[in-house]
Design a protein around this ligand. Structure first.
Ligand SMILES: C[S@@+](CC[C@H](N)C(=O)[O-])C[C@H]1O[C@@H](n2cnc3c(N)ncnc32)[C@H](O)[C@@H]1O
Length: 240
């Protein structure tokens, strides 16, 4: 059984995830930085640095949300970054942000599903995802389609929450994630389920070697995992 935000509802994970992000889209950026004390920003920056030598010109940011990872990718001086997401609400917030920062000529945000990408094979120099893969309804399908649209020799860089393994970080993190974060999330976002879904979905999601084995299964080579901040998050890299 996959973890879904609204357990009492009948819709599948994809519909529920889109609905949840539509509900919290206006508070998403604020809560993200508050709940992670801003560390999420440094994680995205670190991940993008891993693509520096590759100099990708056309980048696809999957599950772009409000576009923060797409903005970080501009450090690579690409010609274009395309961001896709299934939540209209998140994209709307993202588009406002791009317009305000005068980035809408280089970052193009579009409606799009990672499991059914409307791009031809071998199109992108790099495909990136931050905090998106955990929300896919079908992880293998999503990663396979990312592989399909990536050029041979191109890289994927994925950032996702993982589970710290060592004392006392493991215990401290579990307490924070289970008891503190859902309360703050609920209070600010007014969505009762979104920040309970977050720790539950992290718990159920494959991390470390388990995630690398899914990447390898769909075809990625030279796979690597780089844990961040005691393993609270990890960067995964794969090559086509
Ligand atoms: C936690 S947000 C991450 C947003 C952004 N990448 C960031 O780092 O802040 C997860 C996003 O994944 C999107 N998402 C979930 N499943 C998706 C799918 N199958 N295809 C595209 N986007 C998806 C959600 O709508 C949501 O905006």
């Amino acid at each position: 059984m996959s973890v879904v935000p609204y357990k009492e509802k009948q819709e599948g994970k994809k519909e529920q995830v889109a609905e949840m992000f539509n509900n919290i889209s206006k508070k998403y950026d604020f809560l993200n930085h508050l709940l992670s004390l801003g560390i999420d920003i440094t994680w995205r920056k670190k991940a993008i640095k891993l693509l520096q030598k590759d100099k990708p010109k056309l980048i696809l940011d999957i599950a772009t949300g409000t576009g923060d990872f797409a903005i970080e990718a501009l450090a690579l001086h690409p010609d274009k970054v395309i961001g896709v997401d299934i939540s209209a609400g998140m994209l709307e917030e993202g588009k406002k942000k791009m317009k305000k920062r005068k980035l809408d000529h280089i970052i193009d945000l579009q409606m799009g599903d990672s499991e059914k990408l409307l791009f031809e094979d071998n199109k992108f120099d790099a495909v990136i995802v931050s905090f998106g893969v955990r929300n896919f309804e079908n992880l293998e399908k999503g990663l396979s389609d990312m592989y399909r649209v990536l050029k041979p020799g191109g890289k994927t860089v994925i950032v996702e929450f993982s589970k710290p393994k060592k004392f006392p970080m493991k215990q401290g993190y579990n307490f924070y994630f289970k008891y503190i974060l859902p309360q703050i999330g609920k209070l600010v976002s007014k969505d009762n389920a979104a920040y309970t879904y977050l720790p539950e979905s992290v718990q159920a999601f494959p991390d470390g070697e388990n995630f690398l084995s899914v990447l390898k299964k769909v075809g990625f080579k030279q796979t690597q995992c780089k844990p961040l901040t005691f393993g609270i998050s990890s960067i995964y890299i794969g090559e086509k």
